[in-house]
Design a binder for this molecule. Structure first.
Ligand code: PLP
Length: 393
């Protein structure tokens, strides 16, 4: 006998993974250059040179300590450097003691859900949303409720949100810039959300935490602003990652920030650490605690994503696709040209375009295009997108 839940999670078919495998098989037949794989969110630009330089220096200079355990919450020096960087950027006064370093944003989220969940608690995600939220929330023993998408601009459908919040709501997950829509929530949207959460927290006599999942915080395009969420809503917990901003997804480094003015901040921080302990994380990778904290004011060269975005948005709109304005991240989420996004994704395969159906993100009728690819591949893919559109005329 094994756990049904875990067996199910371990053997479930992943649409993205299947597309990726299909792409490899197809490449063997038609050639790699003729398959246009937009399925994976793996950064395509290298990390800044300073990352490797620091890693090599540390390996040379500190061979005895750099591979050792660190304190569970992360090395004090590294945490201080992260806090100082946030303070320089956002005018805050955090200390290293407000940060708990994690194995990427995924672990940060798991620690937060584990920390907050009491029997009967629920969390709310806003579609379109990162599908792993359901796995993480349920893994913590809570229930995930989903607000249907506002499909014109992918901001928030507040009527739908208000109808889902009740006394069981422990937290709302916000992901901006968003995977899969690329949309950035405006300051007005976030202020309105803060007002709703403040009113409901008061009505129910307990805080509703805002969990701000921010792996794409640094990937934001001209004319858009990613507001610092804790400055708009006090009970915000930030889950961050260096996977995308520094192009280090395999190195697994992120953090939870528990700002000191959050309700019961000391207890929340202790519970985050307790959740990390119970999940067996021990500590975030030691070498990359140092490397990322020494490079945390840098980013990879994000200009490639801006170029890709402009090229795709302009071209797809000109071909007749409906695309909500993406302010950040490296995803586009156009409407599928038929209501069934799975059928549309299948049709796209006939043109060797690999696009992820939106249903898995809670937003049927759309597909996700991950444009963290070479610009030149996008140029070559444009005639395929045109032919796909024409096949519906
Ligand atoms: N949250 C969102 C919205 C993501 O897109 C991802 C990864 O793609 C994660 C969290 C997990 O990121 P990490 O690699 O830091 O675990």
């Amino acid at each position: 006998m094994v756990s049904e839940r875990m067996r199910g999670l371990g053997s479930a078919r992943s649409v993205i993974r299947e597309l990726f495998e299909y792409g490899k098989q197809r490449a063997a037949v038609v050639g790699e250059e003729n398959v246009f794989d937009f399925s994976l969110g793996n950064p395509s630009v290298p990390p800044p040179a300073a990352i490797n330089e620091q890693a090599i220096r540390l390996l040379r200079e500190q061979p005895e300590v750099i591979h050792a355990y660190t304190s569970a919450q992360g090395d004090a020096g590294a945490r201080t450097r992260f806090a100082d960087s946030l303070n320089r950027r956002f005018g805050t006064a955090y200390t290293g003691d407000d940060l708990y370093l994690t194995v990427g944003a995924a672990a940060a989220l798991c620690c937060v859900f584990g920390a907050l969940t009491c029997p009967g608690d629920e969390f709310i995600a806003l579609a379109p949303y990162f599908p792993e939220y359901k796995v993480f929330v349920e893994g913590a023993g809570a229930r995930l409720k989903v607000v249907p998408p506002e499909t014109e601009h992918f901001q928030i459908d507040f009527d739908a949100l208000e109808s889902l919040i009740d006394e069981h709501t422990k937290g709302i997950i916000v992901n901006s810039p968003n995977n899969p829509s690329g949309v950035v929530y405006s300051r007005e949207t976030l202020k309105r959300l803060a007002a709703v959460l403040t009113a409901r927290s008061e009505a129910y006599g307990h805080p509703i935490y805002l969990i701000s999942d921010e792996p794409y915080r640094e990937i934001v395009y001209q004319g858009f602003e990613v507001p610092w969420v804790p400055s708009l809503y006090r009970d915000t917990l930030v889950c961050y990652s260096f996977s995308k901003s520094l192009s280090l997804p395999g190195e697994r480094l992120g953090y939870v920030l528990v700002p000191p003015d959050v309700t019961d901040a000391g207890d929340v921080y202790a519970a985050v650490a307790g959740a990390g302990r119970s999940l067996g994380y021990v500590n975030a990778p030691s070498l990359f605690q140092q490397v990322t904290s020494l490079c945390c004011d840098l980013t990879a060269d994000l200009s490639v994503y801006a170029r890709n975005r402009d090229l795709l948005v302009t071209s797809l709109r000109e071909m007749g696709y409906h695309v909500a304005e993406p302010g950040g991240a490296f995803y586009l989420f156009p409407r599928s040209l038929e209501p069934d996004d799975l059928a549309f994704s299948e049709r796209a395969k006939q043109f060797d375009l690999l696009l992820v159906p939106g249903s898995g993100f809670g937003a049927p009728g759309h597909v996700r295009i991950a444009y963290c690819v070479q610009t030149e591949m996008i140029r070559r893919a444009l005639p395929r997108f045109r032919a796909l559109a024409e096949s519906y005329r």
